[in-house]
Each structure stands twice: as C-alpha cells, then as structure tokens.
Design a binder for this molecule. Structure first.
Ligand SMILES: Nc1nc2c(ncn2[C@@H]2O[C@H](COP(=O)(O)OP(=O)(O)O)[C@@H](O)[C@H]2O)c(=O)[nH]1
Ligand SMILES: [Mg+2]
Length: 308
C-alpha cells in the first residue's frame, strides 16, 4: 500500500491547485474528490538507471487525496491517510493563514468528535451484554467524547484515557501546513509550472522548486527512506519507513516476492554508479548479502532473490 496524504483546507484556499501541482493530473469541476499519485523526485534514480541502462525509469510516489470540503463526513474519508496537508489561504487577502489554521483545526476536531460519538453509541449497545472489555472501552470512549465535546485537542487529554489506534483520529495524525501565497508558496504558479516539462519549469524558476521543498518536507515528516531496484528493463525508486526491513521492502515490491524471500543482495547506489555495473560492483566486493531482518538504508539498491 502506497503512503497516503490528505489535503485539507477551507474553500478556495488552494487545495485542488495544490493537488494539480503535486500530481500533474488534470481536474474537472469543483466539489469532487480527487485521488492521484505524486512522484517523489530523486536525483540518484536517474544515475542508477543510466548505470544499468534502464529502458524505463519509475520514481517513487505517494497517494494524494483532495477532499472538497471540511464537513465531518468528507473529512471522514481521510481516516486512512498517513499525513494531513493543510492548505492555508495567504493569497486572497480576505482571510489570514492563522485564522484559516484555527478554523481548520476546529473542523478536524469536530470530525473526530462525531466519529468518537458514533463509535461510543455502537460499543455501548454491544456492551449491554455485560462483556467487561467492552464496558472498559465504553468508559474510555466516554471520557474521550467528553473531552472532544468542547473541541479540545486530543493531545491535551490528561490522565489515563486511551486513544485506540483503530479510531484513526484525524487530530493525532502528523499535520503539515502550506501557506498559499507570497509568505509561503505560490500554488497557482506551481500548478502552471507542473504542466511544463521539468526543463521548461526550471528555466522559469529562480533557484529551487518550491514544490520540491514541499515534497522533501513530506518525506522527512513521514520518516521515509528510498531504496532502488535496478534492472535494465525497469529501474525504480521505492519508499519505506525508516527502520523497515528487507522483508518489508520485498512486500512493497510484490507480496509474492515477500512470500518466497530467499535473500537480498545489497549495493549502495553510489557504489553501483561508481563501479559502472552490477557485475563490476560484485567483483569489487561492493555487494552484500542480507536476510529478511536487514534494516534497509536510504540509498540501498536491492536485488531480492525469491522462490515461489
Ligand atoms: N491569484 C491566485 N489565485 C489562486 C491561488 N490559489 C488558488 N487560486 C484560485 O482560487 C480558486 C480556488 O482554488 P482551488 O485550488 O480550486 O481551491 P480549493 O477550493 O481549496 O480546492 C481558483 O480559481 C484558483 O485559481 C493563488 O495563489 N493566487
Ligand atoms: Mg477544490
């Protein structure tokens, strides 16, 4: 499963504009939910691909969801996301980014409040059977609901109230904010540049891509590392969470590869590029053989041997 990012913001803050810039997808009409993939640019990928003479180069990507509103129901579509990206209006002059942020946080809290309330009603009904575990859950949810009733942040919840992970509360997910406007990033410009080729877009910019900075911040916030698979047919970048294993890497590529995992052959990306080919890297002793539990490092080129 690709990592997922949910874009939230008040009406006309620039959510769909950001979605278009990130995914380079076209959108039609407003008020619709958009789902797309945002590529993660990586300069190392091109070099690895060139070294092995790849015919196809595929960057890593994350899934992006643009929800067209802030009601509890729409925001409820974001329970699965790994990170919330808040777009704040800093361009129209009709609102301030700070006011946007405050209002948005209240909307997220309201969505969590409704969600906990519904869960409480359901579990309370089941708990009538007298099951002790369910009764404990009810007591816990009651405290959580009472806290959220006043739209107070869950992080300020004191005492021993548990926050069950399966509730997938929006307000405990990592939140990154983007100010759309001169103080932050000009999303309208970024969306226009996203329609150009990389070279054309670079010619327009002074210095670094603002969108690139956003994507890098996302990668950092999600604690992601990148590994590569380098074939002449296809060379590809993939992401993992820092600390994940060679078996997790296999699972990311294909569940069959994970199931039949034998070993992982690992070369550092820059060793591969310097050696000029897999076989030369191997001859120079730059390839290691690792097992399922090996902690994949950022920049590893993995060749996973498997048998199904
Ligand atoms: N001038 C200007 N217009 C913008 C900017 N960002 C968004 N807009 C315009 O504001 C309108 C709403 O933007 P959109 O991304 O659809 O907002 P959403 O409702 O949050 O999805 C569109 O007409 C955009 O062209 C900006 O930075 N500058
Ligand atoms: Mg929109």
């Amino acid at each position: 499963m690709a990592l997922e990012i949910g874009i939230v913001g008040l009406p006309s803050s620039g959510k769909t504009t950001l979605f278009r810039a990130l995914t380079r997808a076209e959108t039609h009409g407003s008020g619709k939910e958009h789902v797309g993939m945002a590529q993660i640019p990586d300069e190392r990928l091109e070099q690895v691909a060139e070294t092995v003479g790849a015919r196809k180069v595929t960057p890593a990507a994350v899934r992006v969801v643009d929800v067209p509103g802030t009601g509890p129901q729409l925001l409820g579509n974001l329970r699965q996301v790994d990170l919330i990206l808040a777009v704040l209006d800093g361009w129209s002059g009709t609102r301030s980014a700070e006011a946007d942020k405050e209002e948005l946080v209240l909307e997220l809290l309201a969505a969590d409040r409704d969600h906990v309330q519904r869960r409480l009603e359901r579990v309370a009904k089941q708990a009538k059977s007298g099951d002790a575990t369910l009764r404990t859950e009810v007591a816990n949810l009651e405290q959580l609901a009472a806290h959220l009733e006043n739209l107070q942040a869950v992080s300020e919840l004191g005492g021993d109230v548990e926050i069950p992970a399966e509730l997938e509360l929006l307000t405990i997910k990592p939140l990154m904010e983007i100010v759309n406007g001169p103080e932050g990033i000009d999303l309208k410009l970024e969306a226009e540049l996203a329609e150009l080729s990389d070279e054309e877009a670079a010619a327009f910019r002074e210095g670094e891509s603002a969108l690139g900075t956003v994507v890098r911040a996302l990668v950092e916030e999600l604690d992601l590392i990148t590994f590569f698979t380098a074939g002449d047919k296809e060379t590809r970048a993939w992401t993992l969470r820092k600390g994940e294993s060679a078996l997790d890497a296999a699972e990311t590529i294909h569940s069959d590869i994970a199931r039949g995992f034998i070993r992982a052959e690992v070369i550092r990306w820059d060793d591969l590029v310097a050696a000029g080919s897999h076989s030369d890297a191997r001859r120079q002793g730059l390839e290691r053989v690792e097992g399922k539990t090996y902690e994949v490092q950022d920049g590893d080129v993995l060749n996973i041997r498997f048998n199904v």
